[in-house]
Structure formats: structure tokens, C-alpha cells
Design a protein around this ligand. Structure first.
Ligand code: ZN
Length: 166
């Protein structure tokens, strides 16, 4: 298994810290008030910490369209290239991270890999969120925005997981 390095703390992608806090998981999957299952901090996570990698099979845009033609419920992460990470195949806990319009984490792409990094300090027990900022080729119509409705409940919720069109 690949490892990510954050400061002096080495950690694997299941959230295990390998040195002084050995065996203590930093996050856990459980039911979310936002949507279905979510990922929750199990300890204070400091701003800037790299939490995990978004894992999954690499497939092309076209393959994802064929595989998931009939559903909007997928674990796809679009890369800057035409490739997509499918967290539904060989993915890890990160595929359960919910969207929020005011997220506490962000996804950073580095050399075709995606990492989840904390934007601010996250309290023990707080749900871990990122802004999906979904961008679809088709027009972001009102109907489409409703299909991708947001339930984050934040004051500045934009109502949809879709990005504002550029
Ligand atoms: Zn929202």
C-alpha cells in the first residue's frame, strides 16, 4: 500500500497513524445527516493535514458514461485529464466523503493522484466534507441542478453539487 507523508507523521490510506499514535484511526465511516454514509473525524485534525488518498480504478470519461449511464449515484472523481478515478472499484473510505458548500477539506490533484487535505482544524466527531464542484458537459439546467441537489444545510449553500458554469 502506498503511503502519504505529512510532516513527521506517516500514515496509510485507511487512516492509521503508524508511529506514536499507532493503531488509532483518524476517521470513521458512519451515517450522515447530509447524505447516506459519511466520513467523520475521530480526533482533532489540524489544518493542512493530508488525510488520505482518493483511491480507485482509473477509467476513461467514456467508460464511466457507459458503466453508469443509468444512475447519478457514483463514486467518480474527475481528473484534469480525460481520466476518472472510480472509487466504486478498489476505492477506500474517501469515497464516502460528502459534499458541502462550505467544506472543511479540499481534494488536491498531484500527478494524476488525488489527496484529501484539511482546509482548517477539524474537531473530533465533525463530518469531513469537500466541495464536489461537479462540472458536466451538458448545460446545468434547473432540472439537472435538482438531480444533483445539495443537502449540506450551510448558510451559503448553493443548492446543488454542480459547479457554477465558467
Ligand atoms: Zn450545499
Amino acid at each position: 500500500m502506498e503511503t502519504a507523508t505529512q510532516g513527521s507523521t506517516r500514515n496509510d490510506q485507511r487512516g492509521n497513524i503508524q508511529d506514536k499514535d499507532k493503531g488509532k484511526r483518524r476517521f470513521v465511516r458512519r451515517n450522515s445527516r447530509i447524505h447516506g454514509k459519511g466520513v467523520f473525524a475521530r480526533m482533532l485534525i489540524p489544518a493542512g493535514m493530508r488525510l488520505m488518498e482518493y483511491k480507485g480504478e482509473r477509467i476513461t470519461d467514456k467508460q464511466s458514461e457507459v458503466l453508469y449511464a443509468d444512475t447519478t449515484h457514483t463514486f467518480l472523481f474527475m481528473l484534469d485529464s480525460t481520466m476518472v478515478i472510480d472509487g466504486g472499484q478498489n476505492g477506500n473510505t474517501s469515497r464516502w466523503i460528502n459534499h458541502s458548500c462550505e467544506p472543511n477539506c479540499e481534494a488536491n490533484e498531484e500527478a494524476d493522484r488525488v489527496y484529501i487535505d484539511a482546509l482548517r482544524n477539524i474537531a473530533d466527531g465533525e463530518e469531513i466534507t469537500i466541495d464536489y464542484n461537479l462540472y458536466l458537459e451538458e448545460r446545468h439546467t434547473a432540472k439537472l441542478k435538482r438531480e444533483y441537489a445539495c443537502g449540506c444545510g450551510k448558510r451559503r449553500c448553493r443548492g446543488t453539487l454542480l459547479a457554477s458554469k465558467r
